[in-house]
Design a protein around this ligand. Structure first.
Ligand SMILES: [Zn+2]
Ligand SMILES: [Zn+2]
Length: 305
């Protein structure tokens, strides 16, 4: 074996090359490295406190699967921290059945309690039905409605935090998407802290982990399953942005990190300006929102016309 194919820390074959310093890691060293980084993220941003009940958004896809594996591994070191996985079944035929099953199998295997909530229970119809004639807005609509189900489901079980599997690539994509849409409000909105009696604090422990690292981690730990792609993502702007960012990163290394840092800077600036602006509640449903009517109610009204 050529030396460049070996792990930088031992003699085992490398499975991944670090993007920043070129360190090559074997399977076991990658697992240790990622577990350490996730733990560090959580500690640095005080994401978990003793006694927390974490509602973990488990779609059954790769990011949320990795997130559950990491948190389940770290859980014994925390005092009285409980984890409940929540899966939202949007009702997307030919896609959701398999991922819901994957989520079920994983939680049974790990012995984590698991709740499944469907769009039909919350909004009267499944996503396929709600979307008829509005397919081009699928991801926006689905994202807003899914967040509402997750928040309510987490509240019902008395959760104190909502954990999602967003990785560094997702985060950079969201920043660029909001910039390209000129959506400053969404760009600077920070859901990490929550506010008493309103938003549930959201935590993203995989924020510094790349998509490639997540996939390699699952592969090494034997949790790599071939799941179908969501049929609606083919039309998504996110896919274009993702390719664009990959190209940008190849000739401008660190571009994704820089985007996220810029966003964080803007958030700090915006929150210092907006301390006085109290959060309002939606006229229709009473949920906290930034205008008169929340996004969920706006979307539901637009789908019914
Ligand atoms: Zn090694
Ligand atoms: Zn509302």
């Amino acid at each position: 074996m050529a030396i460049e194919d070996k792990c930088s820390l031992c003699n085992e074959p490398a499975v991944i090359r670090g993007s920043e310093n070129g360190t090559r890691l074997c399977g076991s060293h990658l697992v240790l490295d990622l577990e350490g980084r996730v733990q560090k993220n959580i500690a640095e941003h005080c994401m978990v406190s003793s006694g927390d009940h974490i509602a973990l958004a488990l779609s059954g896809g790769k990011d949320s699967t990795a997130l559950l594996l990491f948190l389940h591994h770290l859980q014994p070191a925390w005092h009285g921290v409980k984890i409940t996985a929540i899966t939202v079944d949007e009702g997307i035929s030919g896609y959701r059945e398999e991922t819901v099953m994957a989520a079920k199998n994983l939680t049974e295997h790990l012995g984590v309690s698991h709740h499944i909530h469907s769009f039909s229970d919350y909004f009267g119809d499944d996503l396929d039905t709600l979307l008829k004639g509005h397919e081009q807005r699928a991801c926006t609509i689905c994202g807003v409605l899914r967040r509402r189900v997750l928040t309510e489901a987490a509240r019902k079980i008395g959760a104190t935090k909502l954990a999602t599997g967003h990785n560094r690539d997702d985060e950079a994509q969201s920043v660029l998407m909001n910039v390209l849409r000129g959506d400053l409000a969404r760009l600077v909105q920070d859901s990490s802290s929550g506010s008493p009696g309103s938003f549930l604090p959201r935590i993203k422990p995989l924020l510094t982990i790349t998509e490639r690292e997540v996939v390699t981690y699952l592969f090494v730990r034997n949790y790599c399953t071939d799941l179908p792609e969501c049929p609606y993502t083919v039309s998504a702007l996110r896919l274009e942005i993702r390719e664009m960012l990959e190209e940008l990163e190849s000739w401008c290394p660190g571009a994704r990190d820089a985007l996220i840092r810029s966003r964080d800077g803007m958030r700090r600036y915006a929150s210092s300006l907006a301390r006085s602006g109290a959060l309002q509640v939606c006229r229709e449903c009473g949920e906290p929102c930034s205008g008169e009517i929340c996004q969920v109610c706006k979307i539901l009204a637009s789908l019914r016309h």
